[in-house]
Design a binder for this molecule. Structure first.
Ligand SMILES: [Fe+2]
Length: 213
């Protein structure tokens, strides 16, 4: 078995870095870490993950269930984020899916013009309802105070998850555990999503779903 020291990065393809990067900065608090050779690395200031962005002209739209998400502290902040997205959607060609509550997350999704879906989520209500620990609901070591968000009534506190899909969840689960040495969780036995993360990392999770977010 491999003994990785961390789950360190994810990859992201868009049609235009010039168009997409400002959106990730404005709505999700991501920051540019490095830039060169047609690729660009971004990071959330409160999260260890790196996000490697790749520009591909004509890149296809990605399915909804393959997305990344940020976490805010309260359900109200999700609704505030929705209001702010509504104000900016025409200028930035955003498609917005109104807020909804599913299982433990209250969240709003939006699609940026580079062909990718993002989620802004809160576990506040879900944590109370399902008795989740603060470590799971609020997986950051200290609250981010970001002056860029002072007029928006929401602050993305961490890059919380990415999603992907597979054809055989049982085989995938065994592979992540026994080959990659990751922790795998299945919090809802009646639903598809599995969550996996590196054992030593905070509850920054990557969710694995067959067909849904
Ligand atoms: Fe999600």
């Amino acid at each position: 078995m491999i003994k990785p020291v961390a789950l360190v990065h994810g990859h992201y393809e868009c049609r235009s870095l010039k168009q997409t990067v400002p959106i990730l900065e404005e709505f999700l608090a991501l920051e540019i870490v490095s830039h060169g050779n047609g690729n660009l690395i971004m990071k959330h200031p409160n999260t260890g993950w790196l996000l490697a962005l790749h520009e591909t002209t004509g890149a296809p739209d990605k399915p909804h269930y393959q997305h990344y998400g940020v976490r805010v502290a309260t359900d109200q902040e999700v609704d505030n984020a929705y209001e702010y997205l509504q104000k900016r959607k025409n200028d930035l060609s955003l498609k917005i899916i109104p807020p909804e509550t599913r299982r433990i997350a209250h969240s709003v999704h939006f699609v940026e013009p580079g062909g990718n879906t993002w989620e802004i989520e809160s576990y506040e209500g879900g944590a109370k309802k399902h008795g989740l620990s603060d470590e799971i609901a609020y997986p950051w070591r200290s609250a981010l105070l970001d002056s860029r968000f002072s007029d928006r009534d929401y602050v993305p506190q961490c890059l919380s998850h990415g999603t992907t899909s597979c054809v055989d969840l049982d085989k995938a689960r065994r592979f992540y555990r026994s080959a990659l040495g990751l922790e795998v969780m299945h919090p809802f036995p009646d639903a598809d999503p599995y969550y996996f993360k590196h054992p030593s990392s905070p509850w920054y999770i990557v969710r694995r779903a067959a067909q849904q977010s």
